[in-house]
Write a protein that binds this ligand. Structure first.
Ligand SMILES: CC(C)(COP(=O)(O)OP(=O)(O)OC[C@H]1O[C@@H](n2cnc3c(N)ncnc32)[C@H](O[C@H]2O[C@H](COP(=O)(O)OP(=O)(O)OP(=O)(O)O)[C@@H](O)[C@H]2O)[C@@H]1O)[C@@H](O)C(=O)NCCC(=O)NCCS
Ligand SMILES: Nc1ncnc2[nH]cnc12
Length: 301
């Protein structure tokens, strides 16, 4: 954390926003820098993307700091009600605009603004002593409320493939309380750590566990059922060979990366949910370490 920023933030709600905003941005940067990810931008290459690179992902993450900070501030000491839902939606739309301004119009983090935005607001609502599962449940309750001010827009990539394939996308994942984060990604991260894997290996295994199950509309949009099936079965194969921490698992991971790049497919939704895993994991850890949940941290300042 940056003590200067905290010192400048005057009210408890602002301090809460600064803390959570910093955690959200760091989760996005940690996800972007995790290497080697299959089909995704990382420190080694741009995966299946021609319009993205790691510096753009970092710039996008930093440009989203004010939005995540505002969402954390908005949720502090509030109920998870219609008013908060619509406030988060308005901040989220501004955040998307800042992201597009920072990236020259490239969609780097639309799904992440949605997932981390809801979770940031929910973490502030939940306050101290509430862990990942409770925060995700509050975020799910917020996602299920209607956003009455949503502008009429052209159908998104996600909506198009949902109509075509009947898939469940980012909206449904949030409305269900982020099961791929709480029930799949976080347990995979922690199981790998308990098994003695390095932090990088544990994060890669968490990503693979999400990929093996998620209906990722990015994959469907770019490569239809074949791309989704290749990503899911490839990720399951890596995990069945012991994950990224074994030589066999790493060989399968490299093969999966080559296959996804070959067909131009990228699991962008899975990457966003990994960032959500890292965010909630840090909140769980911080209850007993340097950060603490917002009001707790407030009392420490
Ligand atoms: C609810 C919204 C997220 C809108 O959802 P929708 O599905 O209608 O719209 P999409 O534009 O398709 O964005 C969804 C993004 O979510 C990620 N995702 C995909 N599948 C899942 C899943 N099963 N679970 C969770 N998340 C998922 C994914 O994001 C990543 O991919 C992005 C790149 O995708 P894309 O633009 O398609 O890029 P390309 O493949 O390069 O395609 P081309 O166009 O170039 O051909 C990248 O951004 C990653 O983040 C999906 O893209 C939500 O946005 C919304 O309604 N917001 C309104 C405001 C609001 O209410 N906010 C609330 C508080 S924050
Ligand atoms: N690392 C990454 N590469 C490509 N798309 C992404 N969307 C979110 N994170 C991503």
């Amino acid at each position: 954390m940056k003590p200067m920023k905290l010192a400048l933030a005057s009210s408890a709600a602002q301090r809460c926003g600064v803390l959570l905003g910093e955690l959200a941005v760091q989760a996005l940067i940690d996800e972007a820098e995790l290497t080697p990810k299959p089909g995704l931008v990382d420190l080694r290459d741009n995966g299946a993307h021609t319009d993205l690179n790691v510096e753009l992902m970092r710039r996008s993450a930093r440009a989203l700091r004010p939005a995540f900070t505002a969402m954390g501030e908005a949720g502090w000491a509030q109920a998870a009600d219609q008013s908060l839902r619509e406030r988060l939606a308005a901040i989220g739309r501004d955040g998307e605009a800042s992201m597009l301004a920072a990236t020259g119009g490239t969609n780097t983090h639309r799904g992440a603004v949605w997932a981390l935005g809801l979770l940031t607001g929910a973490a502030a609502v939940s306050g101290p002593g509430h862990g990942a599962a409770e925060i995700a449940a509050v975020a799910g309750a917020l996602a299920r409320l209607p956003d009455r001010h949503a502008p009429q827009q052209r159908a998104s990539n996600g909506q198009r493939v949902q109509r075509r394939y009947g898939a469940r996308g980012a909206r449904e994942e949030a409305e269900a309380g982020f099961p791929h984060v709480v029930d799949i990604g976080l347990p995979a991260l922690r199981a790998a750590r308990s098994a003695g894997r390095t932090e990088t290996q544990a994060r890669l295994d968490a990503l693979l566990a999400i990929m093996a199950s998620l209906e990722d509309t990015c994959l469907l949009h770019r490569g239809g059922h074949d791309a989704l099936a290749a990503a899911r079965s490839g990720a399951a194969t890596v995990l069945s060979r012991g994950g990224s921490g074994t030589a066999e698992g790493m060989a399968a991971l490299e093969q999966l990366g080559s296959r996804l790049v070959g067909i131009g497919a990228s699991p962008g939704g899975s990457a966003d949910l990994l960032a959500a895993v890292l965010f909630l994991d840090r909140i769980d850890q911080s209850a007993s370490t340097e950060l603490g949940a917002c009001p707790l941290a407030t009392s420490q300042l």
